[in-house]
Design a protein around this ligand. Sequence first.
Ligand SMILES: C[S@@+](CC[C@H](N)C(=O)[O-])C[C@H]1O[C@@H](n2cnc3c(N)ncnc32)[C@H](O)[C@@H]1O
Length: 253
Amino acid sequence: MADARAPAPDAPASLAERVAALRWYHTIDLGHGVVTPGVDDTRERLARLALPGSLAGKTVLDIGAWDGFFSFEAERRGAARVVASDSYSWKGGGWGTKSGFLLAREALGSRVEDVEIDVMDLSPERVGAFDVVFFLGVLYHLRHPLLALERVASVTRELLVLETVVDLVGLGRPAAAFYPGTELNADPTNWWAPNIEGAEAMLRAAGFSSVRTVTPVRPAPYRAARAVWHQLRGRNTLALAFRQDRAVFHAAK
Ligand SMILES: C[S@@+](CC[C@H](N)C(=O)[O-])C[C@H]1O[C@@H](n2cnc3c(N)ncnc32)[C@H](O)[C@@H]1O
């Protein structure tokens, strides 16, 4: 006798089943008790961005949105229009795809728009200009970061929120580390990471007149503990890892 509790063979998959069938970068609460199993602790990173509490009436562009956590967050904070853009992962260049973004948008009943475009192709003619632009976790993936920041500046009207890996902490003058191979997180798609002074100087050189580091690197004991952990796992040497972290910058025209 058929088990009355088992779903019919042609029953549509539940949200939980559809989520489980995908690989996720972001941890997104989709409601109904379903949270995407992202490899990234996205909710912890959100706190470090120091985003305006309200984005009411603002237009927002999220560059390199991937599963879209930050786009949906901008919408939740009242943005009038949000555009999520990406290219590499949405085109299947890595292990992720666009399927997570599409499913999350559907599950959240979101009106976030999507545009597939490479950072280097951004221009006011192609996508328009936005009050607020998110450029989170993308800069270090680019071969030409200063040129990319110029493209990003061209579509930013008021505020750019930049989050990036930083390296060479403590050097005391603007610089960037270059990763020709897999030096950063064993990932060949990582190319450059500036230090804090370097990131600030690049933002000014790209056309932003007001630049603030809103979340600097974490204190030395934290970085030391993390460096030991990275070395134990064979991911990095102690000396290099100690000088790396992530930081967040707000830049205005
Ligand atoms: C580390 S993930 C960051 C995702 C999200 N912004 C965040 O902070 O969680 C890097 C993202 O940048 C995108 N990306 C990398 N190179 C890109 C490029 N040239 N143009 C547009 N997006 C790019 C990738 O596809 C990926 O979605």
